[in-house]
Design a protein around this ligand. Structure first.
Ligand code: HEC
Length: 150
């Protein structure tokens, strides 16, 4: 029994020191993970968008909270696009892998926009929020247009 536990620990501990992309047991797990992370981004971006478009009342604290959550999770999906995750229950296009440098650039553009959104949300005004939400939304769309199937 003790040996089994040790062997298990060795496997788990080795996994923990590997790069993020290698941490998933199965390709399906990685796909689920990245979709879950994008779902979180979509939820919090959606709340910001509703405020920016006047569909929800402007609430400076909520805006800052949503922007901060976005910036806390925006790294997550990109660790889950390993080579073994090209097929399955996914809308990712093959170009994610064949044009990897551009895909990464679009992810970086989004992070820069979200960082500005966090700053804008701290200003506490609807006008600042509107501009930053619009700019961030463009970076989401730019990547989806090229790398996500409808
Ligand atoms: C660098 C590319 C890229 C950027 C930037 C990007 N996405 Fe995506 N997004 C994808 C890809 C690829 C998928 C498809 C993932 C899959 O099906 O495996 C996706 C899927 C999604 C989904 C669907 C998740 C699901 O459950 O299927 C949502 C929601 C989403 N993204 C929201 C956002 C939001 C909001 C932003 C901007 C804040 C954003 N994305 C920025 C590439 C990107």
């Amino acid at each position: 029994m003790k040996r089994v536990v040790l062997a298990l620990c060795a496997a788990v501990c080795a996994a923990a020191s590997m790069p993020a992309a290698a941490q998933f047991q199965k390709p399906e797990d990685a796909i689920k993970y990245r979709k879950a992370a994008f779902t979180l981004m979509g939820t919090h971006m959606g709340r910001l968008g509703a405020m920016a478009q006047g569909k929800a009342p402007f609430d400076a604290k909520a805006a800052e909270y949503n922007a901060t959550v976005l910036s806390a999770v925006y790294h997550l999906p990109y660790a889950a696009f390993g080579d073994d995750t090209k097929t399955g229950d996914t809308r990712a296009k093959p170009e994610v892998w064949t044009k990897a440098a551009d895909f990464k650039k679009k992810a970086d553009d989004m992070r820069v926009a979200v960082d500005k959104l966090v700053t804008a949300s701290k200003a506490g005004t609807l006008d600042a929020l509107k501009v930053a939400v619009g700019d961030t939304g463009k970076t989401c769309k730019a990547c989806h247009d090229d790398y996500r199937k409808e």
